[in-house]
Design a protein around this ligand. Structure first.
Ligand SMILES: [Ca+2]
Ligand SMILES: [Ca+2]
Ligand SMILES: [Ca+2]
Ligand SMILES: [Ca+2]
Length: 217
């Protein structure tokens, strides 16, 4: 795991621009966010040993990310992303994790999508919601899909296609959407600049596609 400094159009990235590295530590997913809104980006890293590390910048003048929180994810994490799902100004961490034992485990520990919320009182991340509908959540992304000022979560899961979890007053309701089989990655973006988030999907072995959101036709 390394962080490269972007030195602009003429310099770009090179081995000389590594500003932080974590040697010999396999990483399966990572994402940046200033989740606690202190003005400094925090970095979530998922490891094959079923731990997620939340790193925060140290106080030295060098770029020095230090482990601040650890989350036991129960199963290997294959995808993660930050988003303020609860609308309280503090970003939650959504993860897709895969149980190698399939769905024979108890409900809370099946292959699942989980959202972790940071408690400033307890100074820890704890599961605030999970769902076990999908067996291999390869990619996930937040967006205000229906423009009602809260985040929905989209999750892709290989052969199973995908689900958008509607945000209904904090009670996510799964809505199946017809993603192509073997969708491996999803991301939102307002490509036509009409104000609603549109969807791009990457497909393993098929055509990659962009879907228009018809909320603002
Ligand atoms: Ca921060
Ligand atoms: Ca929040
Ligand atoms: Ca919404
Ligand atoms: Ca749009």
């Amino acid at each position: 795991m390394v962080i490269y400094l972007n030195e602009g159009e003429t310099q770009g990235f090179s081995s000389k621009t590594v500003v932080w590295s974590q040697p010999n530590q396999p990483c399966t997913a990572l994402a940046w966010s200033d989740f606690d809104q202190d003005g400094y980006l925090d970095l979530a890293l998922a490891y094959p040993n079923e731990d997620i590390g939340i790193f925060q910048l140290g106080t030295s003048s060098n770029i020095d990310y230090e482990l601040a929180y650890e989350i036991d994810s129960d199963h290997p994490v294959v995808s993660l992303t930050w988003g303020d799902w609860s609308g309280d100004g503090v970003s939650e961490l959504a993860v897709g994790r895969v149980n190698p034992d399939g769905n024979n485990d108890n409900t809370a520990k099946r292959s699942t999508v989980a959202v972790y919320h940071y408690s400033a009182v307890n100074q820890e991340f704890a599961t605030t919601w999970h769902d076990s509908t999908l067996s291999h959540p390869t990619s996930l992304a937040w967006a205000d899909w229906d423009l009602d000022n809260d985040f929905e979560l989209i999750v892709s899961s290989g052969q199973e296609g995908g689900i958008v979890y509607e945000n209904a007053n904090g009670s996510p309701a799964p809505v199946s959407i017809p993603l192509p089989p073997n969708t491996s990655s999803v991301t939102w973006g307002d490509y036509d600049q009409d104000g609603d988030p549109d969807l791009a999907v990457g497909v393993d072995g098929g055509a990659n596609e962009v879907y228009n959101n018809n909320l603002n036709p």
